[in-house]
Design a protein around this ligand. Sequence first.
Ligand code: GDP
Length: 311
Amino acid sequence: MTGRVTVLTGGVGGAKLVLGLCHSMKAEDVTAIVNTGDDFTHHGLAISPDIDTLLYTLAGKANAAQGWGREGESWTFMQALRSLNGEDWFALGDGDLALHVLRTQRLGEGEALSSIVADFASAWRIAAKILPMSNDPVATRVQSDEGELEFQQYFVKRRCEPAVRAIRFEGAAFAKAAPGVIEALSDERSRAILIAPSNPFLSIDPILAIPSIRRALTETTVPVVAVSPLVGGAAVKGPTAKLMRELGLEVSATAVARHYGELLDGVLIDERDPPACLDVPNARADTLMNTIDDRKRVAHAALGLADSLRG
Ligand code: GDP
């Protein structure tokens, strides 16, 4: 067995675990497969929110207090945009713009998202591999009581207020996994495959909707362990709990584990959660990740559960 660990992740919740792993083991052995269903074009710029959250977090540039974007950001662009009556519902900081401008330019020249992201990561000396789930466009669409909404319209512009009836991932059925993704998931010598404590419906499901990724997860003999995104029976941040209720699910780690179903070999649940009724092996830990020590603790607990599943 090698020390390699592959993580399926969305943005903020997932990046906390990935950072914890990078501080607990050789960061070169960590591969993050990142949701791109949230990607969109705004003011002509190609924006990849979850990938950028990973880049900022692993490069030590994330604004931890705000929970998104860069630390020490300035907002001259947004002020100028507002003065011209430009649409301002999606905040683009001056430093953040650099990523979007470069990405847009290079995508326009025909480069693949995965190679652009690899260059950004190497410029910021990030040792872990950050892989977009796909270089093909996949767009999360939310069917709500206000009709079908593009993901960022729902998430940022409407602040997750519309009630969700269903979610679909346009393009996923035909999307190919990005280079390196299937290789990471099919490396039978890996220590573990983790599903980060990200939103199962908005951040992880788009990744699982790519047929070759789901197949690789179904076929692997490497332990697959999910970390529940619920702490004390509630979401730490964001719409996970609201969404579960709207989709007719109980807000519990049991429902999260059932949602992943047969893909899972184990689930790590927060110690504050009510007793779970699970038919998959599980462990409990304090999974709230505020400090770097918290992140390392959760990484250790998830890897410990994966190791115990090898028998
Ligand atoms: P987004 O793509 O930026 O919305 O972020 P993710 O999908 O990766 O993460 C959102 C989820 O992370 C929410 O369901 C939160 O409950 C969960 N989350 C955030 N922080 C923590 C934490 O410290 N511990 C756990 N267990 N879950 C967390």
